[in-house]
Write a protein that binds this ligand. Structure first.
Ligand code: NAD
Length: 293
């Protein structure tokens, strides 16, 4: 099984990054979004990012060659002849089910459907299509051009051929895939991140340690580059809260309840780096300034 044309549905932070790494690896990519403005912004951000890599000498091809492999579309019809489709719309179960079900009608029977969901079991999403054996989770980490990890999550019906093709595809775009053997909410990485971060926030909440001491402790004690509170700020506290809520709702016995402090920060609009304040204060260039409280 070989992929040549890749359709990416949703041209936000993740979709634009996925289109970029596909184009850099020589694939034809079509980026599909219902919002034309998001498509324009996606192309601008890919151009900026590829430009930076070209100027550093990190890419062998010219910017024009790479950008020439990306087309944009606002209709799902543009995905009809894709070999691989990667869904990257908002993290909402109903929306993803609707999008995949509509694309199931449009795409050829051979098209493999991948979802970039961070938390929703692939079995649930596959059930919205008539091709469950060709549906797989392909969970890239952001920013996609920089992060090496991709979680590959088969659902119980996914064929071995599709699993191997997904692993191979992830390697071909420069990533180090890991295979998730059980299709649980949050997969491997967000389960671990959720447990660790919820505990870090709860310890902060009860006054057991400061923001900086908790994060510095995790860096110095567990060889992390940045601590869990900082990662949550970078991911967006609203995004983190949503992920923790989805995991807990789908697997209440194992996944922790999101801490009260996280709910409060989100309700106050303190969403982390993107709003200038979360656990830390941030400047407009994304530089961390210091703890917010
Ligand atoms: N942000 C992260 O760090 C991160 C990391 C890993 C995985 N993810 C997952 O990736 C997915 C996308 O996240 P994001 O951060 O890129 O979101 P985003 O908000 O940046 O982009 C979502 C895009 O989906 C588009 N969209 C919405 N409805 C659509 C539809 N019906 N058809 C086509 N396009 C539609 C929106 O217009 C928007 O451009 C989510 O499932 C998220 O959980 C996010």
């Amino acid at each position: 099984m070989e992929f040549q044309k890749i359709a990416i549905i949703g041209s936000g932070f993740m979709g634009s990054g996925i289109a970029q790494v596909c184009a850099q690896a020589g694939y034809q990519a079509v980026l599909v979004d219902i919002d034309e403005l998001r498509l324009e912004k996606a192309l601008e951000s890919v151009e900026w990012s590829v430009g930076k890599l070209v100027s550093k000498g990190a890419l062998k091809e010219s910017m024009d060659t790479i950008l020439g492999r990306i087309e944009t579309a606002s209709s799902y019809d543009a995905a009809c002849d894709a070999d691989l489709l990667i869904e990257a719309v908002y993290e909402e179960v109903n929306l993803k089910e609707k999008v995949l079900s509509e694309l199931d009608e449009v795409c050829g029977l051979d098209t493999v459907f991948a979802s970039n969901t961070s938390t929703i079991p692939i079995t649930k999403l596959a059930a919205a299509t008539n091709r469950a054996n060709r549906v797989i989770g392909m969970h890239f980490f952001g920013p996609v051009p920089l992060m090496r990890l991709v979680e590959i999550i088969p659902n119980p019906q996914t064929t071995d051929e599709v699993v191997q093709a997904a692993l191979e595809f992830a390697r071909s775009v420069g990533k180090n895939p890991i295979l998730v053997k059980e299709d649980i909410p949050g997969f491997l990485m967000n389960r671990i991140f959720g447990a660790m971060t919820c505990e870090a926030i709860r310890l902060l909440e009860r006054g057991a340690g400061s923001i900086e001491d908790i994060d510095n402790g995790m860096c110095d004690g567990f060889s992390m580059h940045v601590g869990p509170l900082c990662i949550a700020d970078l991911a967006g506290l609203d995004v983190s809260l949503n992920a923790f809520n989805v995991m807990h709702a789908l697997d209440p016995d194992y996944a922790p309840v999101a801490p009260e402090l996280l709910h409060r920060l989100v309700s106050e609009g303190k969403l982390g780096a993107k709003t200038g304040e979360g656990f830390y204060r941030w400047d407009e260039f994304g530089k961390r300034l210091g703890p917010a409280f």
